[in-house]
Design a protein around this ligand. Structure first.
Ligand code: PLP
Length: 419
């Protein structure tokens, strides 16, 4: 860091500013986490320099002995941790992992059945603004209006009617467990591949806090930077018969040189995730998001589907009369970082949205527990219902920000990193 400060003080200032932001506020974005210093160390290492197109032992460049060891270790750790026959650690991101999975399993023009975006699906599951919706015929399933849970009868009916080549489950904003066995059964009935996009919850699977999709899916794609707490990146797990197709779909079909610093950092994170402490962490992540959902419910904010089984809660703000967009902005003024989110059957456009999504991975990494979640729920409710445009509103939000700073001051992010 000294070298950065000497050479580029402007960017050094950004790095320090971001650390201060992390330390000065509450990080409740469900898809974020705070990686370990060991993961950060590998990311900032000379491994970033190495070209290593290909796979361990089969590279198109010389000098790969060291990075081969890192990637091989990472692959083996992923196989062991998830009981997967094959692992590919090269996808640059979750979206890249999904692009490769599509490339391996389906042809442009094929029909794919996935959760609709307004119901919690991801852009790569069929949005018209994304390759998935542009190059494939995607059909969306939804959640039931009454329970806000996946409607497996509808999934089955749509599968029968549209005969998809691939069915996707796994979402961006679905707080409940997914019945992978039911999806497997439906996929088998219509002869479709089952792709589980476990980006959000793979860390909970690693920590044995939720059931694993690996025994049910043909392919599991995921990110490594959410609950799993690794570097920003993607990963694919699959059955042995699909290993070659997946590897070729990642390189050379959709990617070039792998990011060896990120792959080595994924290996470090996978080792950390196999430790008993990580299981304690993963369980606490779920306990904390349940406490947060219960606390917000007590404050008059409705948790979609009545609660959560995972690391996130989706909160419907319509009873408060405040939009998701305004809630996000008000919370930001009170040093609480979260995101607006559509709720099922949302009458508002996505840029406004009627809800917020709150996640517990970061605050749990910082050591917070149920007591802190109850305080956080109170702080969120106070911030959401304070309009900065009204008399005293801005001051009230600043005061709430001071309360937030006091709370997080007891649980600093990166305590081992000085200044
Ligand atoms: N799949 C799901 C379900 C996600 O929630 C996300 C990101 O949040 C992705 C894929 C894409 O991951 P990335 O942002 O790394 O491309």
């Amino acid at each position: 860091f000294d070298a950065l400060e000497r050479e580029d003080p402007e960017i050094a200032e950004v790095v320090v500013g971001e650390l201060e932001r992390l330390r000065g506020g509450l990080q409740l974005i469900a898809s974020e986490n705070l990686t370990s210093p060991a993961v950060l160390a590998v990311l900032g290492s000379t491994l970033t320099n190495k070209y290593a197109e290909g796979y361990p032992g089969r590279r198109y460049y010389g000098g790969c002995a060291e990075v081969d060891r890192a990637e091989q270790l990472g692959i083996e750790r992923a196989q062991d941790l998830f009981g997967a026959a094959h692992a590919n650690l090269q996808p640059h991101s979750g979206a890249s992992a999904n692009l490769a999975a599509f490339a391996a399993l389906v042809q442009p023009g094929d029909t794919v059945l996935a959760m609709g975006l307004p119901h919690g699906g991801h852009l790569t599951h069929g949005s018209k603004a994304n390759f998935s919706g542009k190059w494939f015929h995607t059909v969306g399933y939804s959640v039931r209006r009454d329970t806000e849970l996946i409607d497996y009868d509808e999934v089955r009916d749509l599968a029968r009617a549209h005969q998809p080549k691939m069915i996707i489950c796994g979402a961006t904003a679905y707080p409940r467990l997914i019945d992978f066995a039911a999806f497997r059964e439906i996929a088998d009935e219509v002869g479709a591949y089952l792709l589980v996009d476990a980006a959000h919850f793979i860390g909970l699977v690693a920590g044995r806090a939720v059931p694993s999709p690996v025994p049910f899916a043909d392919v599991v794609t995921c990110t490594t930077h959410k609950v799993l707490r690794g570097p920003r990146g993607g990963m694919i797990l699959c059955r042995e018969e699909l290993a070659q197709r997946i590897d070729k779909a990642v390189f050379p079909f959709t990617q070039g040189g792998p990011m060896m610093h990120a792959i080595a950092a994924k290996a470090v994170a996978l080792r950390e995730a196999a430790l008993p402490e990580f299981q304690t962490y993963a369980r606490q992540v779920v306990t904390n998001s349940q406490a947060l959902a219960a606390g917000l419910t007590a404050e008059g904010m409705r948790a979609v589907s009545g609660g959560t089984d995972t690391h996130l809660a989706l909160v419907d703000l319509r009873d408060t009369g405040v939009s998701g967009r305004d809630a996000e902005a008000r919370c930001e003024l009170a040093r609480i970082t979260l995101n607006k989110n559509a709720v099922p059957y949302d009458p508002e456009p996505p840029a406004v949205a009627s809800g917020i999504r709150v996640g517990s991975p970061c605050v749990t990494t910082q050591g917070m527990r149920e007591g802190q979640m109850r305080r956080i729920a109170g702080l969120i409710a106070a911030a959401v219902t304070t309009d900065p445009a009204t008399a005293g509103g801005a001051v009230r939000l600043r005061d709430l920000g001071d309360e937030v700073a006091d709370l997080v001051g007891e649980f600093p992010a990166y305590p081992e990193t000085g200044g």
